[in-house]
Design a protein around this ligand. Structure first.
Ligand code: 3PG
Length: 401
C-alpha cells in the first residue's frame, strides 16, 4: 500500500447520486473543487483522489477513498487531518458523513509513537507478570480543591490501592490550585504512600495549554517531580503529543484524555469515529488513551470500542501498543462487565466511583481493587464482597451492572 485510504459512511442529499457524493469527497480533499478549473495543469492529475469502493450500508453508503501519498507532508498530522478529515464534513451534497477509519502507508507513518506504551507502563507499576488491569482514579471534585487537599485525596487513593492518579481534564494551572504547588504536594504524598505500601504509583498532571507553552509547561512539571504527564489531545492537538515525545523526548509516560471527542465521535452517521483519532494518538506518542467503557456514563457502541482497543494493541508500524483506558461513570460494581468485555489490558478509572464511596476515598480505592481481584480469582463481585467490607459497601450503594 503506497497511498492513504480513508473509509467514510455517508448519506447523500436527495438530489445527489451516491457515486457523485463519493467523488465530491475525493475531489474536494485533493485537486478539485465545485467547478472545473482553468489552473488545473495535466501534471496535477497525479494527485487526484479516487473512489476505490462504494457499497450501500444501513440508510447510506460506505466509500473507500484513495488519497495519493504525495499530497501529504510526512509527519504533519494537522495537514493529514485537513485532507482526510477536512472540508468534506461541510459539503452540502452530503446530508451526513462520518470518517470511520484510515489506512496510512508506511512512508506517512514516520512517527516515533509511545515512549513507554502499555508494556512500559506495566513495567513501571510491576504488573507485567500478573497482567491484571490497572486501577486509576481521577481526583474529584474535578476543580476547586487546593493543592494540599488534592494531595490528601491522592494519598488516600494511593494507600487504598490505585496504581494511577490523574488530574481531571479541566484542571490545569488555575489560581485555586497552581500546578507547581499541586505537583509538589501530590508527589510528596505519593512518595509517602509508595514508602508505606512498597508499590509504585503514577500521578498524571494535566499540562494542557496553548501550543507555544506546552513544552515549557511539561518541563516545569518534570522539574517539580511529575512522574506522568497528561494532555487533552483534542483540545490541544496531536502536535502537543509530538512536541513531548519527539521534541522533548520526555522520560515519563503520557496519559491522553479526549475531552470534546463526543462532538465528533458520538453520532453514528456524522463526525469522526474514535478509531482514526486513536491511531493518530498512537502515532504521535500517547502511552495511555481514554477510549470509553462498556458500562459507564458515556454513550457509544461497545462493538466499536472493543475494536478501537484492539487497534491500539495490534501490530502497527512497529510502534509500542497504547494502554487503553476505560473511564467515565465506573464503580466497583461495573468492573466485572468492563474486564469481561475489554480484557485485562485495560486501565479502569473511577472518579465518583472511588471518592463517592460511603467510607471515603481510601475505602473506595480498596473496593475497586477488590473488584479487580475478584475477577482475577474467578469470583463475582458479590461473592468476593462477602468477606471484603469495602467492596460490599460499594455494591450496596451502586449495585452491580
Ligand atoms: C474522566 O476523566 O474520565 C472523568 O472525569 C471520569 O469521572 P467519573 O469516574 O466520576 O465519571
Amino acid at each position: 500500500m503506497s497511498d492513504l485510504f480513508s473509509y467514510y459512511y455517508f448519506r447523500p442529499r436527495s438530489d445527489t447520486k451516491p457515486e457523485d457524493a463519493a467523488i465530491a469527497i475525493a475531489e474536494e480533499e485533493t485537486t478539485g473543487t465545485w467547478t472545473d478549473l482553468k489552473t488545473r495543469k495535466d501534471y496535477v492529475k497525479a494527485l487526484d483522489g479516487s473512489v476505490e469502493e462504494l457499497h450501500a450500508e444501513g440508510d447510506g453508503y460506505v466509500a473507500k477513498i484513495r488519497y495519493p501519498a504525495e499530497i501529504f507532508e510526512p509527519g504533519n498530522i494537522p495537514q493529514y487531518l485537513s485532507v482526510f478529515a477536512g472540508n468534506l464534513f461541510g459539503l452540502g451534497r452530503l446530508d451526513a458523513v462520518r470518517l470511520l477509519d484510515i489506512d496510512i502507508p508506511e512512508k506517512l507513518a514516520c512517527f516515533e509513537g509511545p515512549l513507554f506504551g502499555m508494556k512500559g507502563v506495566r513495567r513501571l507499576i510491576g504488573t507485567d507478570k500478573s497482567g491484571r488491569p490497572h486501577v486509576g482514579t481521577i481526583i474529584k471534585p474535578k476543580v476547586g480543591l487546593t493543592p494540599k487537599d488534592t494531595a490528601e485525596v491522592a494519598y488516600n487513593a494511593a494507600v487504598g490501592g490505585v496504581d494511577f492518579i490523574k488530574d481531571d481534564e479541566t484542571l490545569t494551572d488555575q489560581a485555586f490550585c497552581p500546578m507547581d504547588e499541586r505537583i509538589e504536594a501530590v508527589m510528596g504524598k505519593i512518595d509517602r504512600a509508595q514508602g508505606e505500601t512498597g508499590r509504585k504509583i503514577l500521578y498524571a498532571v494535566n499540562i494542557s495549554d496553548r501550543a507555544d507553552r506546552i513544552v515549557e509547561r511539561a518541563e516545569r512539571a518534570l522539574e517539580h517531580g511529575a512522574n506522568t504527564l497528561m494532555v487533552d489531545v483534542i483540545t490541544c492537538g496531536y502536535s502537543a503529543l509530538q512536541a513531548l515525545s519527539e521534541e522533548m523526548k520526555i522520560n515519563v509516560p503520557v496519559h491522553v484524555h479526549r475531552t470534546m471527542h463526543g462532538a465528533m465521535t458520538r453520532m453514528p452517521e456524522h463526525g469522526i469515529a474514535m478509531r482514526p483519532l486513536a491511531r493518530l494518538v498512537r502515532l504521535s506518542g500517547g502511552d495511555q488513551l481514554h477510549t470509553g467503557t462498556i458500562s459507564g456514563k458515556m454513550g457509544h457502541s461497545p462493538e466499536e470500542l472493543k475494536r478501537d482497543n484492539e487497534i491500539l494493541k495490534e501490530d502497527y508500524f512497529g510502534l509500542k501498543p497504547v494502554f487503553p483506558v476505560a473511564s467515565g461513570g465506573l464503580h466497583p460494581g461495573k468492573v466485572h462487565a468492563e474486564i469481561s468485555g475489554l480484557g485485562c489490558d485495560i486501565v479502569l478509572q473511577a472518579g465518583g466511583g472511588i471518592h463517592g464511596h460511603p467510607d471515603g476515598t481510601e475505602s473506595g480505592a480498596r473496593a475497586m481493587r477488590q473488584a479487580v481481584d475478584a475477577y482475577m480469582e474467578g469470583l463475582t463481585a458479590q461473592e468476593y464482597a462477602k468477606d471484603h467490607t469495602e467492596l460490599r459497601k460499594a455494591l450496596e450503594k451502586w449495585g452491580v451492572r
